[in-house]
Design a protein around this ligand. Structure first.
Ligand code: PGA
Length: 243
């Protein structure tokens, strides 16, 4: 069975004052049976690792090379060096704002694995692609072209139109995509594909989490806004733990 994972992505939110919130999230993580991950901004990573307890800490992005003349960038090796255990790669905000291609996302996933930590590879369709019936072909193409050779990965399906909007796909739509992703992972990695956690992301809240976690190939969530406060994120972790 894939591991159940509740992952939070703080995006570009949080100064040192937010470390007390992180400590509350870490305390809540100690109460649940699922894997919990929090990806704070890079500036808080090291301090976050120090107060994380059973909460794993992850980065939100990395460069695809380990070292070099890349002003302003951070490598997966550097994130691993300060204690990150995961790195999100290919989030739609990076694919769209920085024109990150599938090939670049794949190179980043490889870099994360080379640093001996785990990539969380994100994919998802736009509203136009959904409305023109292209969802399955878009996400299949994105995923195949973003996958590394090794199966030690986490996949996150995040429809772009559901991120930060309060809109969530119908359960049947989530089921259809997650089943297609599972089939693709098994085709790529054989039986190991059945062990890969596939997370759903996009406006996950305490109020909709249980219903989403009941979908057979949903193994957890990647949560943005609702991961900023323990009071919002803890019930999502609990719902996953109870599922
Ligand atoms: P959201 O973001 O939960 O705020 O919709 C999800 C994400 O971008 O990972």
């Amino acid at each position: 069975m894939p591991r159940r994972i509740a992952a939070g992505n703080w995006k570009m939110n949080g100064t040192q004052a937010a470390l007390s919130e992180l400590a509350s999230i870490a305390a809540a993580a100690g109460e649940v049976s699922c894997t919990t991950i929090l990806c704070p901004p890079t500036t808080l990573l090291q301090a976050a690792v120090q107060s994380s307890g059973s909460l794993a800490i992850g980065g939100q992005n990395c460069h695809h090379e380990a070292t070099g003349a890349h002003t302003g960038d951070v490598s997966a090796q550097m994130l691993a060096d300060v204690g990150a255990q995961y790195v999100i790669v290919g989030h739609s905000e990076r694919r769209n704002s920085y024109a990150e291609s599938d090939a670049l996302v794949q190179a980043k996933a490889r870099a994360v694995l080379s640093a001996e930590i785990t990539p969380i590879i994100c994919i998802g369709e736009s509203i136009e692609q959904r409305e023109s019936g292209e969802t399955i072909s878009v996400i299949s193409t994105q995923l195949s072209a973003s996958l590394p050779t090794e199966a030690q990965i986490v996949v996150a399906y995040e429809p772009i139109w559901a991120i930060g909007t309060g809109l969530v796909p119908a359960i049947a739509q989530i089921t259809e995509v997650h089943d297609a992703l599972r089939a693709l992972l098994v085709k790529t990695y054989g039986a190991q594909g059945n062990e890969i956690s596939i997370l759903y992301g996009g406006s996950v809240k305490a109020s909709n989490a249980s219903e989403i976690f009941a979908v057979s190939n949903v193994n957890g969530a990647l949560v943005g806004g609702a991961s900023l406060k323990a009071v919002d994120f803890a019930p999502i972790m609990q719902a996953l733990s109870d599922s």
